[in-house]
Design a protein around this ligand. Structure first.
Ligand SMILES: Cc1ncc(COP(=O)(O)O)c(C=O)c1O
Length: 437
């Protein structure tokens, strides 16, 4: 399709349903309420209460003149852009509704969906970084994000400067000065400050407010993006604390049932526009069926996350005092004053993904894992079911020992994502599995 469309220069604007009610008598409606209807007008679909799944690769023009008018809009010959949908690589009805609803959660002007969290992150970075540019990022990042910056973008002349998650304003000032100097030396710019908080797998928090202050002082034009997969959208709202773009693996809490893979970004239109343009060119948008499943997931995301968070608090209170447990990496029990201060300013809940350090090493952890009966042994997180894994021998097996030591990924660490089962049942299961250690 549309050879005549310069998708990079003329991103496709979005068709809107009838304006939805966002408030009643001055009372703004909460995201939980808006998830049932926002962005979808049944009149557009034969009165169907729920949006149908739109399986189509292209959209019919009403007439030749309407087609001409449309292309005049997207090629810039006429003011106002495109009217309606054109082609499914750019967007579709299910994805548009999903994007409208995702934007609600983060208080964002605009959102985009992708076929995975990594597609979202890679297209986001590619949209902003050019040859000789520098990306500044917090560390650690999810391994694939870190690898994309260090190994893939590096092949296109993009370098990086990283800093530890808990860095202070003074440390951030020094990091940005170093990045600016590196960019100037190479003839590029600092393209993006990319954060992940809490970091996977350490749960270390980034002081987004301090990053914003340092950015405003040193690099006012540079966007701050943040991966909010672990605490979003319920327990952390980074756009309220100075981030410009928020990124998600929707595969985790938002999808929430361990049955799909998808990603998203959200932020102000001016930050989202270049990413939309690149997505228009490359594809990578979530498919209609997965978008529909995510709409269903969004109707219960608040309930699921609340229950998972409450369960995690009860399970962690049990594990903390257990004689076979050496310690916990849980945001509800932070021991470091700096991390606690960041938590108090940025977080609305401790989440349900944490680390438990079993007394002993790999053998003891394996006995614990092999004796769990409710929790499933699997990577990923944020699903309705409780998952457990052993990062040192699984997800982080290929990480060099020195880096593992630095990140605290020890042989006695078990990673747990608590689901929405009965908390008493989960505690009984963890208790009997620890007895077997
Ligand atoms: C923090 C974080 N960001 C991004 C991703 C990548 O998401 P996806 O698997 O949907 O591509 C993951 C996956 O585990 C993650 O944990």
């Amino acid at each position: 399709m549309p050879d005549a469309v310069d998708a990079v220069e003329t991103p496709t604007p979005r068709r809107k349903p009838k304006p939805a009610k966002r408030e009643i008598n001055g009372r703004p409606l909460s995201p939980a309420t808006l998830m049932m209807g926002h962005g979808f007008d049944p009149v557009l679909s034969e009165g169907s209460l729920k949006p149908p799944i739109f399986l189509t690769s292209t959209f019919a023009f009403e007439s030749a003149a309407a087609g001409k008018r449309h292309f005049e809009g997207i090629t810039g010959l006429r003011e106002g852009g495109a009217e309606g949908l054109v082609y499914s690589r750019f967007n579709g009805p299910n994805q548009e509704i999903l994007e409208d609803r995702l934007a609600v959660w983060d208080g964002a002007e605009d959102a985009l969906t992708f076929s995975s969290g990594m597609t979202a992150i890679c297209i986001l970075m590619m949209a902003y970084a050019s040859q000789n540019d520098v990306i500044v990022h917090s560390g650690p990042l999810y391994a694939a994000s870190e690898g994309f910056v260090a190994k893939v973008l590096n092949r296109f002349g993009v370098s990086y400067v990283d800093f530890p998650a808990g860095a202070t304003r003074e440390e951030l000032d020094a990091v940005l000065a170093k990045a600016k100097a590196q960019a100037a030396e190479r003839g590029g710019k600092v393209a993006m400050i990319y954060l992940e908080s809490p970091a996977n797998p350490t749960n270390a928090l980034v002081d987004v407010e301090a990053v914003q202050a340092a950015r405003d002082a040193a690099l006012p034009e540079c966007p701050i993006a943040i991966d909010n997969t672990f605490l979003g959208p319920l327990w952390s709202r980074p756009l309220d604390h100075g981030a410009d773009i928020v990124a998600y693996s929707l595969t985790k809490y938002v999808g929430g049932h361990s049955d799909l893979v998808a990603g998203s970004i959200a932020g102000a239109k001016k930050w989202i526009a270049p990413v939309r343009a690149l997505r228009n060119t490359m594809g990578g948008i979530v498919d209609p069926n997965t978008a529909w499943m995510l709409l269903r997931s969004l109707e219960t995301v608040e309930l699921r996350m609340q229950r998972a968070g409450e369960n995690a608090a009860k399970v962690c209170a049990f594990l903390r005092d257990h004689p076979k447990v050496e310690g916990l990496g849980y945001l509800g029990f932070i021991s470091d004053a700096r991390q606690q201060d960041i938590y108090d300013r940025h977080c609305l809940g401790a989440g349900s993904t944490f680390s438990v350090f079993i007394k002993g090493g790999e053998a003891e952890c394996f006995r614990f894992l092999d004796n769990l009966t409710i929790a499933k042994l699997a990577v990923s997180l944020g699903g309705t079911e409780t998952l457990a894994s052993h990062p040192a021998s699984m997800t982080h097996l290929s990480v060099p020992q020195a880096r593992k030591d630095l990140l605290g990924i020890t042989d006695n660490l078990v990673r747990i994502s608590v689901g929405i089962e009965d908390a008493g049942d989960l505690i009984a299961d963890f208790a009997q599995a620890l007895d077997a250690v």
